[in-house]
Design a protein around this ligand. Structure first.
Ligand SMILES: *[C@@H]1O[C@H](CO)[C@@H](O)[C@H](O)[C@H]1NC(C)=O
Ligand SMILES: *[C@@H]1O[C@H](CO)[C@@H](O)[C@H](O)[C@H]1NC(C)=O
Length: 301
């Protein structure tokens, strides 16, 4: 009996220790699950911020509410309508920025021969509209069918080095994203090399076809000049469009010139072009630029 009693107390004691242990452990666990989210919240937010950051850059296709465009005035259609004006360019030459600036400074919608859902949902509600109610209509096409519907054209030209790289970025990272360095190395760099060769031909053809074969009034504008002296060059475009300039709107557009569709400068700058590519590009660039300058100075022709 006495032995049994001792055994009882020992067992009770052990049970108590066990229960106490379980309690302590579960208390810690409960506390853990309670504190964990608090403790990790900042980090979690940071992660989601990084994600947003990436989204903001690479996938304008899923635009963030944060990056909604503030328009200087409510966008309207051109009234009365006019003849179709093309905003012709090789891709990656800044046409989205140009459209943005035109919409900001006039309050008039711009159209496109494409239907890019990302642009449609974020700032360009008249994407896919091709009629005279649009201030301009974006196109990257060339050839007779692409040009015949237009009565005037703005040809936006950008240096092929920058435009081809921007187009490579767009194809891999959206309108404001970037191609990863690994993409340039894909297939031992052959993929990028082929891309450059093909796009250089397209760059030349787009610009020369609009320059030589389009018969309506044409206003050539260089992206680099636009960046250098936006005010002057944007005004020249508006003048070409016979669009009266509202000083209030124009001032507002200048304040919001950056918009959300310009790729930010990269922290890591690396040059993806080999010397061979650069030499090839330079030859074509000089040919096209000479053609443009000859075109702009008809007395020399
Ligand atoms: C152009 O299309 C828009 C949108 O469909 C429409 O509101 C407008 O009336 C059209 N303009 C002309 C001139 O057809
Ligand atoms: C101009 O048009 C003709 C006929 O369509 C075409 O053969 C030629 O390649 C075009 N020029 C350019 C520079 O694209």
């Amino acid at each position: 009996m006495h032995v049994n009693r001792t055994r009882f107390w020992i067992l009770s004691f052990l049970l108590l220790i066990y229960l106490a242990g379980v309690l302590i452990i579960s208390a810690i666990t409960i506390q853990d699950t309670k504190t964990k989210p608090i403790k990790f919240k900042p980090q979690y937010l940071q992660i989601s911020k990084v994600k947003h950051y990436e989204l903001g850059f690479s996938a304008f296709r899923t635009p963030l509410r944060k990056s909604k465009i503030n328009w200087c005035t409510e966008l309207k259609i051109l009234d009365p309508p006019k003849g179709l004006v093309a905003l012709a360019s090789f891709p990656g030459s800044g046409n989205t920025w140009m459209r943005y600036l035109l919409q900001q400074s006039t309050g008039i919608l711009t159209g496109s021969v494409y239907k890019d859902y990302g642009l449609l949902k974020n700032g360009f509600p008249a994407e896919n509209v091709v009629n005279g109610s649009m201030l301009i209509v974006k196109t990257h096409e060339f050839g007779p069918n692409a040009k015949k519907m237009f009565s005037k054209a703005i040809l936006l030209v950008r240096s092929p080095l920058a435009a081809i790289q921007a187009e490579f970025n767009r194809q891999s990272g959206g309108h404001i994203g970037f191609a990863s360095p690994a993409r340039y190395k894909r297939n031992k760099g052959k993929y990028w090399e082929q891309f450059v060769i093909e796009k250089l031909q397209a760059w030349k053809q787009t610009n020369l076809d609009w320059l030589y074969n389009f018969t309506g009034p044409t206003h050539v504008i260089f992206y680099e000049h636009l960046v250098e002296n936006l005010e002057h060059n944007l005004k020249s475009v508006l003048k070409f469009l016979d669009q009266p300039i509202s000083e209030t709107l124009f001032k507002c557009a200048m304040e919001r010139r950056e918009g959300i569709y310009r790729r930010k400068r990269r922290a890591i700058v690396f040059d993806p072009y080999s010397q061979k590519m650069k030499d090839l590009i330079k030859i074509e660039q000089e040919r096209v630029y000479k053609a443009i300058f000859d075109f702009a100075a008809p007395t020399k022709r």
